[in-house]
Design a protein. Structure first.
Length: 633
């Protein structure tokens, strides 16, 4: 990235129009100046889940500001003070210039300030003086947000100047999110207080859903209740009724923020605080006439295009969800995602997962501690139709492959299950994250499907282990009786078809009771393990051996010949002798061995041959006992 400037942008809530307008301004300036922009975006405050929000915040842990020439912090879209402080500290430590919006909390950063106080004061004053409102409710953003605080304080000041009380039950503190307007109206209704004359909202998104909620309760806007917003978004000015709001130069604010960083890097010194004007627009929702909406033809075209795009995105997501649900392993999962990338309309897509994404989770996310592994894996990199992958790359570099030119716009979106970090994906040079209403849904679908693959992976491993435990003797690490029958029976039927010579050997340990009685059961288990090891060593690569009972073992040789029994016995006796000489125990390890060599045919069964070998072994055991008794006499 020689001489190419790179700027990081931290933002929450790409699907809100406020963010969209500022981002559009940043992107416009960046493309004109061949600057690379990397957005690190979270969707927080959407699902009323603290656990989910923690997972979203993981993306801010990823960004390493040392790799960037400057930073634009839309910290006014982030409501958690701890998270904002964490990001600001990372920028300070990187020593790069940074721009914030409407925030005086960080005097070392450059501030693009739009007049919140004056504009909100004019709106509240207008509603009281021009429309005679006496009882006023207020829907606020979080007071941890400087803009929300400034607007709320302006509301309180005007109410006090006009001698109007502000009842606590008539104020609702939301998160600046769309659904907060509906929740606020429902909360106001629960108080049982008379309906207000006006509802002042701290932004348009909340105001529009507040109007819808009021209308569902039977109120007419503005005839029964006045509603106002702030930001004067496209939806606000084309709503019915069109919304009284505050026009803010958000696109210009974004362009200015990017220009400030560029000027600093060019050696110029811009003003530390840059003020942009805002002005109220009084429209139908307060009872004034509407003059500023888009012409009807333009509105219809844009509304239809938005509807058509949304329907296409819904179709794509439904198909993707259905296909992902059918995948049974990681490779198949990544193949399905690849099939749908082109529909996102981007030049490049990278799926980046933590190195241990398939491992069992053993800790939860903490925004101040590590969330990403030192190295990441990129199993899917899609670049203008070509696919490749990267096994490992350093998470500090963020991109699995460096950008080799300027003017690129990249969006980093977090992948997580609840508060557990899985990784992230990057969309480069595609507007899907800021133009689609379903980017958040896409992200959750990919995250959930990754978690499903992880769980399926561990389920299969568990099943394999259960199957292994079902057929493997845990003490001796050879087949148990079930395992032997399952495996050997199939091999036996093959031998019958080919009329092969086979050998069944039955082995019974001598003196186990004496070892247990004199030295304890742990020593008895150790002796059984030693014997099992010797038996394994005596087996050929195609032989099947198993622990058939407590101290009984069986070997199935499916390619026997004349003399196989004597060869096995010589090998067995030698290994027993060497083991006793090497491992000094107060007892001698020994066993009785009986083998049957027979041609497999349809007249016999595996069980019958095992029984013959067992009987032969016991005959040999009896002979050995008689021989030892005779020696003692």
């Amino acid at each position: 990235m020689n001489n190419i400037r790179n700027i990081a942008v931290v933002v929450a809530g790409l699907d809100e129009e406020y963010q969209n307008n500022i981002i559009s301004g940043i992107n416009s300036c960046a493309r004109e100046n061949n600057i690379n922009i990397s957005y690190f975006a979270a969707f927080v405050g959407m699902l009323a889940s603290k656990s989910f929000d923690k997972g979203e915040y993981s993306i801010y842990k990823l960004v390493d500001f040392r790799w960037f020439d400057g930073a634009i912090l839309m910290s006014n879209t982030i409501n958690e003070p701890e998270v904002k402080a964490y990001i600001a500290e990372k920028v300070r430590n990187a020593g790069i210039p940074a721009v914030v919006f409407d925030c005086g909390d960080y005097p070392e950063f450059y501030n693009i300030s739009i007049n919140n106080t004056g504009a909100m004061s004019e709106v509240v004053e207008h509603v009281i003086k021009e429309h005679g409102a006496k009882v006023v409710n207020y829907i606020s953003g979080p007071l941890s947000n400087p803009e929300a605080k400034a607007r709320y304080e302006a509301f309180l000041s005007v109410m006090e100047e006009n001698g109007l009380p502000v009842e606590e039950q008539r104020v609702y503190f939301g998160e600046f999110r769309t659904h907060d307007g509906r929740l606020a109206v429902e909360k106001f209704a629960e108080t049982g207080l008379p309906a207000p004359d006006a509802v002042i909202c701290a932004n348009d998104a909340m105001a529009l859903t507040a109007i819808t909620a009021l209308e569902k309760q039977g109120y007419r806007v503005p005839d029964d209740v006045i509603v106002t917003g702030f930001d004067y978004t496209y939806n606000a000015r084309n709503f019915c009724p069109s919304l009284t709001s505050v026009r803010r130069p958000l696109f210009d604010a974004g362009r200015t923020a990017c220009s400030v960083i560029n000027d600093i890097l060019d050696g110029r010194e811009p003003d530390k605080v840059i003020h942009l004007d805002a002005e109220p627009v009084f429209s139908e929702s307060c009872g004034c006439s509407s003059e500023d909406g888009d012409d009807f033809v333009s509105y219809k075209k844009r509304a239809y295009l938005r509807m058509e795009t949304t329907n296409a995105n819904i179709s794509m997501l439904n198909r993707l969800t259905a296909r992902l649900a059918e995948t049974e392993d990681a490779e198949e999962h990544f193949d399905v995602i690849e099939e749908f990338i082109e529909e996102l309309g981007c030049e490049k897509f990278a799926l980046c997962l933590t190195e241990d994404w398939q491992d069992s989770y053993n800790s939860t996310l903490d925004i101040t501690n590590g969330t990403y592994t030192s190295y990441m894996t990129a199993p899917l990199i899609w670049d203008k139709g070509e696919r490749r992958s990267l096994n490992y790359f350093s998470s500090s570099k963020m991109f699995p492959e460096p950008l080799d030119n300027g003017g690129n716009i990249s969006y980093f979106m977090p992948l997580h299950f609840r508060d557990r970090c899985q990784g992230y994906y990057i969309i480069t040079n595609g507007d899907f994250p800021i133009t689609s209403l379903l980017c958040h849904t896409l992200t959750m679908n990919i995250s959930n499907s990754i978690e499903n693959i992880r769980k399926l992976f561990h389920l299969n491993r568990t099943m394999e282990e259960l199957n292994r435990l079902y057929v493997i003797d845990p003490l001796c690490n050879v087949y148990n009786r079930n395992g032997f029958i399952n495996i050997a029976d199939d091999v036996f039927h093959e031998c019958v078809k080919e009329r092969r010579m086979i050998m069944l050997t039955f082995i019974d340990m001598d003196g186990l009771k004496s070892i247990n009685d004199n030295y304890g059961h742990n020593e008895g288990d150790s002796a059984i393990q030693r014997l099992a090891g010797i038996i394994r060593d005596c087996c050929g690569p195609e032989d099947i051996c198993a622990r058939f009972g407590g101290d009984e073992f069986v070997i199935f040789d499916s390619h026997a010949c004349e003399g196989s029994d004597h060869a096995l016995l010589r090998k067995f006796d030698l290994k027993i002798e060497n083991s006793n000489a090497t491992i000094k125990k107060p007892y001698q390890l020994s066993a009785s061995v009986g083998s049957i060599i027979i041609r497999a045919d349809e007249g016999g069964t595996l069980y019958s041959i095992i029984k013959q070998a067992d009987e032969k072994m016991y005959d040999i055991k009896k002979e050995r006992k008689l021989a030892r008794a005779s020696e003692k006499r």
